[in-house]
Design a protein around this ligand. Structure first.
Ligand code: FRU
Length: 482
């Protein structure tokens, strides 16, 4: 059991016993979720290859199966009918080829001729730095995944760009195939490592395997020093582009985490390589959110999952051998040109027997619930969740017109290096703000006005019971997970 795990280890059957023992140990954790996807062992990060294929949702994810740190990335796989109950499908990609010797990094899925094309970055390190490589694997309707024999399908970065070039996102437009890659450019000469300015690169193909570089997309935004995980959906005729930039400066109420995720609304022109920007904002105001991917679900529903984590955070349960997970599946819509994301109806439907009460205090017996209440923007309000010596809180400051989540009063402190509070502005929100809190043990998603603002964050309370104390009498509605 106490095997020393080398960072770049890939799975072979020799690891089976070790992994089953680890899984048994993890099953005893007090902090496992019930309706968020989490790794049965090891570390889960970005959602990958999200798609509705063969009558089922296909959810892939970045996975280091052996321990709770960022090691050799495999692709894990789960399928689901409803995005609430997930069937574990085990390994989708094991990085056992020379060209991917440092991991199978993120990418997306594209359905073509009844097969699911899985695009990913083959992470390849040398003594003098990385060599950018993109690869392809194809899943048939039986679920068999075969790596493309001529991998990599793209090698190296265009001149002047960093070899940290990754996270392919393939889509179709005007009857051609396009691939977005996130990367960075050097301001002077050729260098190694990350670039100086983040860039979004565009490639084109007629057959999904031969790709030609078109140039960068002109994005009228701060691009940091590296753009990760691009994805794109169209909602009501508008393009919504998701990006995860590295290197954003902290602002008073935005970009508080080590890395940030943003969305852009506008029009992408693949010929001119421009994005006519109408709106841009941070996606999530919480502590634990990064690298989301957007996709179309059943009936072309625009959906997204995010990684419920960010960077290399320190959690009190790091020794348990599992780390992170994904957010719930969230449905997206545009309201007044801005994005709202909220758990799908299927997620909401799992909470039954709603109860409503007007109170100052509520005791919830189990840490799997959906709680709703309203806040008035003109009245200060504080709501504490937990017990006297171990709680997190939400505060509405009517003067500053902000909502803050504070993890500073928890007995088990979390990732203290990155601060205890996250704040978002509510000036633009209507006077009455609805709050929806979806608690799944240590995974919390808190929505203002059905996703006008969202906080995703982890909390490790010591008690299973949660006392919710409102600073003034409030009408609260709650329901437990079925
Ligand atoms: C984002 C990211 C991606 C990369 C993957 C590796 O979290 O850094 O850019 O493909 O994680 O796990």
């Amino acid at each position: 059991m106490s095997k020393k795990i080398e960072k770049y280890t890939f799975y072979t059957t020799e690891w089976q016993e070790y992994l089953s023992q680890l899984e048994e140990k993890i099953n005893e954790s007090a902090y496992l979720p019930k309706y968020h996807l989490y790794p049965k062992t090891g570390l889960m990060n970005d959602p990958n290859g999200l798609s509705y294929f063969n009558g089922k949702y296909q959810v892939f994810y970045q996975w280091f199966p052996f321990d709770s740190f960022h090691g050799m990335k495999h692709w894990g796989h789960a399928t689901s009918e409803d995005l609430v109950k997930f069937k574990d499908e085990g390994f989708a990609l094991i990085p056992d080829e020379e060209y991917e010797k440092n991991g199978a990094y993120s990418g997306n899925a594209f359905e073509y001729n009844d097969e699911l094309y899985l695009f990913y970055t083959a992470n390849y390190k040398t003594n003098t730095g990385k060599v950018a490589k993109q690869a392809l694997a194809i899943m048939d309707k039986k679920g068999t995944i075969t790596k493309y024999p001529k991998n990599p399908i793209l090698e190296g970065a265009p001149k002047g760009f960093s070899q940290e070039l990754r996270d392919p996102f393939v889509f179709e437009r005007n009857s051609s195939f396009y691939m977005l890659l996130g990367g960075g450019r050097f301001l002077e000469g050729e260098q190694t490592g990350f670039g100086d300015i983040g860039e979004l690169l565009l490639y084109k193909s007629t057959n999904l395997v031969d790709w030609t570089y078109q140039g960068t997309i002109d994005l009228p935004i701060d691009k940091g020093y590296m753009l990760e995980c691009p994805s794109l959906v169209t909602i009501d005729g508008k393009d919504v582009l998701f990006l995860s930039p590295m290197g954003y400066e902290k602002e008073t109420y935005r970009y508080q985490n080590r890395f940030s995720s943003i969305y852009l609304v506008g029009q992408l022109d693949v010929e001119k390589r421009t994005f006519a920007l109408e709106h841009v904002d941070e996606l999530d105001a919480g502590f634990d959110y990064y690298a989301p991917q957007s996709f179309y679900g059943k009936n072309q529903l625009p959906l997204t999952f995010g990684w419920f984590g960010c960077g290399e955070q320190v959690y009190p349960i790091d020794t348990e051998g599992w780390k992170h997970g994904l957010t719930t599946a969230q449905e997206m819509r545009l309201v007044d040109g801005k994005l709202r994301r909220f758990p799908t109806e299927e997620v909401q439907k799992q909470f039954t027997d709603k109860q409503t009460i007007r109170t100052n205090q509520l005791l919830l017996e189990y840490p799997y619930y959906h709680l709703q209440f309203e806040l008035n923007k003109e009245q200060e309000s504080t709501i504490c969740f937990g017990t006297k010596d171990d709680f997190w809180q939400l505060n509405l400051d009517e003067k500053k017109e902000t909502v803050t989540i504070d993890r500073g009063h928890l007995a088990k402190k979390i990732d203290t290096e990155y601060g205890m509070k996250r704040t978002c502005e509510i000036a633009e929100l209507a006077n009455n703000i609805t709050v929806d809190v979806f608690v799944d043990n240590s995974f919390i998603e808190l929505y203002l006005n059905e996703g006008e603002r969202v906080f995703s964050f982890r909390v490790f309370l010591e008690s299973e019971q949660t006392t919710i104390s409102f600073s003034k009498e409030t009408e609260a509605t709650w329901a437990y997970l079925k």
